[in-house]
Design a protein around this ligand. Structure first.
Ligand code: NAD
Ligand code: IPM
Ligand code: MN
Length: 365
């Protein structure tokens, strides 16, 4: 019997809706095994701006610091889009959180159950056995975090610039995560870059090649240019097992992977670094890869699966509860394969609300 201590940052849009569902599932799963959840809910993103005038209030950061993990919803939305760019929820809350807690490795599992292959735009014939791949995205480097500026040129025109920068140690540490992930799976890794054009990609490819030769000689390492990778992901997703890439390419490819696997509403993620929590395990931030979905927010129809599965990842990586994580994952699978589906994965059939989806997961626990 244990107590799991984490911070809940539900954020904006569908964030609070799917978070409520995930917490109920998590509570049920944990309490059945005699475990206790200890969490505080803290304002972040637009909710932080509205309540404290800041997307990432200090009190929220402090609460996260004294937790063993962060369960995050999503931030941003039309209401805050007119603020100066560096005060908006995404840039002023989510990116700083990733940086403060040095969460350089973002793991996004691309899983499509064969039973719902119809939910994928690829349909059954292309993916008779479903999809099971993993995207590993570098999360604290690249163009997201390089110098940026907007300025006026001599002729009066406005120009803007974002610097894309990587150093060898940043590439090596994400290569290590990809290598270790692949060792526990199919020993196959595809590194994705744009080494035919971009200097950081030239360094990326060289570093990755040398790193794998030295540390993972048994892994089959391949390289793809990102444009080709985007195409291959649609053509035949299962040709990949583990693929990994820099920050922005990973952002784009993971949304693509999500929909190939049915819906963005099912894609969970773990952001990890080297910081250990009070249990000696990895401190992490766990969040759906999708956003606040303003188009469906407040309607009670969002798919809570990505948030529920993110909570399962938290159990696995930050609390060492692999068995509990699997129980939650199996319950989601059983609920979805048993026919309970939110609109995004219903492909024309009967649709369930967020609440009904959550109840079905709990019934299948
Ligand atoms: P989005 O991911 O919010 O939505 C894209 C599409 O996917 C929408 O049609 C939406 O309805 C659908 N979708 C996403 N999650 C879903 C779910 N759980 N169930 C059913 N459908 C779902 O992307 P966007 O519209 O480009 O961005 C909206 C806002 O969210 C923006 O402010 C953006 O910056 C922010 N955002 C935040 C995060 C985050 O906090 N982690 C991630 C991505 C986008
Ligand atoms: C994601 C999101 C974020 C990103 C945004 C909201 C900052 O799109 O987690 O994929 O680009 O990393
Ligand atoms: Mn994204």
């Amino acid at each position: 019997m244990a107590t799991f201590k984490f911070s809940v940052l539900a954020g904006d849009g569908i964030g609070p809706e799917v978070m409520k569902a995930a917490l109920e599932v998590l509570k049920t799963a944990c309490e059945r095994e005699g475990h206790t959840l200890e969490y505080g809910e803290h304002a972040v993103g637009g909710a932080g701006i509205d309540k404290f005038g800041k997307a990432l209030p200090e009190s929220t950061v402090e609460a996260c610091r004294s937790s063993d993990a962060i369960l995050f919803g999503s931030v941003g939305g039309p209401k805050w889009e007119k603020l100066p760019p560096n005060e908006q929820p995404e840039r002023a809350a989510l990116l700083p959180l990733r940086k403060i807690f040095k969460l350089f490795a973002n793991i996004r599992p691309g899983l499509l159950y064969p039973e719902i292959a119809e939910a994928s735009p690829l349909k059954n014939a292309r993916i008779p056995n479903g999809i099971d791949i993993v995207c590993i995205r570098e999360l604290t480097g690249g163009i997201y975090f390089g110098d940026k500026k907007t300025w006026t040129l001599e002729n009066g025109e406005t120009a803007a610039m974002d610097v894309m920068q990587y150093r060898v140690s940043e590439i090596e540490r994400i290569a290590e995560v990809a290598g270790k992930t692949a060792m526990a799976r199919g020993k196959k890794v595809c590194s994705i870059d744009k080494a035919n054009v971009i200097e950081t990609s030239v360094l990326w490819r060289k570093t990755v090649t040398e790193y794998f030769k030295k540390h993972f000689p048994e892994i089959e390492l391949t390289h793809l240019y990102v444009d080709n990778a985007a195409m291959q992901l649609v053509r035949d997703p299962n040709q990949f097992d583990v693929f990994f890439t820099e920050n922005m390419f990973g952002d784009i490819l993971s949304d693509e992977m999500a929909v190939v696997c049915g819906s963005l509403g099912t894609l969970c993620s773990a952001s990890l670094g080297e910081i250990k929590n009070s249990l000696g395990l990895k401190f992490g931030l766990y969040e759906p890869a999708g956003g606040s979905a303003p188009d469906i927010a407040g309607k009670g129809i969002a798919n809570p699966c990505a948030q529920i599965l993110s909570a399962a990842m938290m159990m696995r990586y930050s609390f060492g509860q692999d068995c509990l994580a699997k129980k939650i994952e199996n319950a989601v699978r059983a609920a979805v394969c048993g026919g309970v589906r939110t609109a995004d994965i219903a492909f024309g059939g009967k649709t369930a609300s967020t609440e009904e989806m959550k109840n079905a997961v709990i019934e299948n626990l």
